[in-house]
Design a protein around this ligand. Structure first.
Ligand code: PLP
Length: 390
C-alpha cells in the first residue's frame, strides 16, 4: 500500500495524555494513585455558565452559528480583551475555536508551511512542536535555562532565528515552567521580533493563574507594530474549569483572522452553539475566589518541594505547575533519566508526575498542584521519601 502522509507520520502522540490514561487505568484496577500530572483545575465551572448552557438548550439553540462564533460571544471576548489586556480588536478579528488547541492549529496553519521555521522555546508545552510539524513546517527548539527561569531571552531568540524563521511561540504563564514573562522581558523580545520581521503566536491560556505583581502582559499590547504581527490565543478551559467544553479563541490582525476563519469553515465550523453560551456565562462569572486559592497552593507546594535537599526549582509565578531540576538524582545506580525517575516513583509510591523529556527538558520533572491540596501534599511527601531512598 502507498505510504501515509509524511506530515501525519511526523506527529508524535501527546506524552501527557498517554501518562494520564496510564494513571487512570491503574486507579481503575484498584491501585492507589496520586495523580500530579493533571493539566486542569479541580474547581467546578461557574454556575452562570451552567445556567446559560441549560437556557441555550431550552431556547433550542441547535443550529449552526457563524463559523467564528456568535456575535454575542465575540462581543464578550472583545470586551474582555479590552478591559483585561488593553487590546482593542474588532469582532471580525476574533474567532472562537474548539479549545485553544484548535486556535493554535489555525494559527500555525495560516502562518507557515513547508520550508518555514517556528522558534519554540523549551521547556515547551508538548503540542507546539507537533502542531508546527503537522502543518509541514519545522519547529526550531530554543532551550532556555534555569538562569532565565526557563524563559526565552532576546539573545536566545536571536541565536535561533534564520532567514526561514516565520514565527516564535510565547506561552505566558508557561506550561510546564510555571513562570511568567514580565513586561520588560516582553519588550526585549519584541525588539528582536520586530528586527527580524517575525510573527508571534502568544498563548495566554493560563493568564488568570498568576501569582506575581499586577497582571499578565500581552506582547500584542506593546504597540501597533507588535499587535500587527501577533496572534493572541486564550480560552475558558483553564481559568473557568471548563476543559471539556472546548471553547478557546484567537484575536489577530484582520488578514490573518480571515484565513483562520476560512480554514475553520472547511474543517470544524463553529464551536458547539450551547458551549458558546456557556462561555459567555463563564466570562461573566470568572471564579476569582477559586483562582486566588491557587496562589496559596503554589506557595505551599513550592515550600514543600524545595525543602527536599538537592531539588532546585524556580519560584512559581503562574499556571499550576512546578518544574524542578532533578538531574542531581540521576545516574550513579539510580534512575538514569527523568523518564526512569518518574516510572520508578510511580512503581514505588503511586505518585504520577511527568518527565521533563516530554517538554524538551530531560533534567526536570513537571508536578501539577491542580490536584486536591491533600493529594499534592501527600504526593510531595512521598516524592521526598523516594528521593532520600535513591
Ligand atoms: N495551551 C497550553 C499551554 C496548555 O497547557 C493547554 C492545555 O493543556 C492548551 C493550550 C489547550 O487548551 P484547550 O483545552 O482550550 O484546547
Amino acid at each position: 500500500m502507498k505510504d501515509l502522509s509524511p506530515h501525519a507520520l511526523a506527529i508524535r502522540p501527546s506524552p501527557t495524555l498517554a501518562l494520564n490514561a496510564q494513571l487512570k487505568a491503574r486507579a481503575e484496577a484498584g491501585e492507589r494513585v496520586l495523580n500530579l500530572c493533571v493539566g486542569e483545575p479541580d474547581f467546578p465551572m461557574p454556575a452562570l455558565a451552567a445556567r446559560m448552557a441549560i437556557q441555550a438548550i431550552e431556547d433550542g439553540e441547535s443550529r449552526y452559528t457563524d463559523v467564528a462564533g456568535t456575535l454575542a460571544l465575540r462581543e464578550r471576548i472583545r470586551r474582555k480583551l479590552r478591559e483585561e489586556n488593553d487590546l482593542d480588536y474588532r469582532t471580525d478579528q476574533i474567532i472562537a475555536s474548539t479549545g485553544a488547541k484548535q486556535a493554535l492549529y489555525n494559527a500555525f496553519f495560516v502562518l507557515c508551511g513547508e520550508g518555514d521555521e517556528v522558534v519554540v522555546p523549551a521547556p515547551y508545552w508538548v503540542t507546539y512542536p507537533e502542531q508546527v510539524r503537522a502543518v509541514g513546517a519545522t519547529p526550531v527548539i530554543a532551550t532556555a535555562g534555569r538562569d532565565s527561569e526557563y524563559k526565552l531571552t532576546p539573545a536566545l531568540l536571536e541565536r535561533h532565528v534564520t532567514p526561514r524563521t516565520k514565527a516564535v511561540v510565547l506561552n505566558n504563564p508557561g506550561n510546564p515552567t510555571g513562570t511568567t514573562y514580565t513586561r520588560g522581558e516582553l519588550e526585549a523580545i519584541a525588539e528582536v521580533v520586530l528586527r527580524h520581521d517575525l510573527y508571534v503566536v502568544e498563548d495566554l491560556i493560563y493568564e488568570h493563574f498568576h501569582y506575581g505583581e499586577g497582571k499578565v502582559e500581552s506582547i500584542a499590547a506593546l504597540g501597533t507594530p507588535l499587535r500587527d504581527r501577533t496572534i493572541v490565543i486564550n480560552g475558558v478551559s483553564k481559568s473557568c474549569g471548563m476543559t471539556g467544553w472546548r471553547v478557546g479563541y484567537s484575536a489577530a490582525p484582520a488578514r490573518i483572522s480571515a484565513l483562520m476563519k476560512r480554514l475553520q469553515s472547511q474543517s470544524t465550523s463553529n464551536v458547539t452553539a450551547v458551549a458558546q453560551r456557556a462561555a459567555i456565562g463563564a466570562m461573566d462569572d470568572v471564579p476569582w475566589t477559586a483562582l486566588a486559592a491557587y496562589r496559596e497552593r503554589s506557595e505551599s507546594a513550592y515550600q514543600q518541594l524545595t525543602a527536599i535537599e538537592g531539588v532546585d526549582c524556580p519560584p512559581p509565578t503562574g499556571a499550576f505547575y512546578l518544574f524542578p531540576d532533578i538531574s542531581r538524582f540521576l545516574g550513579d545506580g539510580g534512575p538514569a533519566t527523568s523518564d526512569e525517575f518518574c516510572t520508578q516513583l510511580l512503581e514505588h509510591t503511586g505518585v504520577g508526575i511527568v518527565p521533563g523529556t516530554a517538554f524538551g527538558s530531560p533534567g526536570n520533572v513537571r508536578i501539577s498542584y491542580a490536584a486536591a491540596p491533600g493529594v499534592v501534599a501527600e504526593g510531595l511527601e512521598l516524592l521526598q521519601k523516594f528521593v532520600v531512598s535513591l
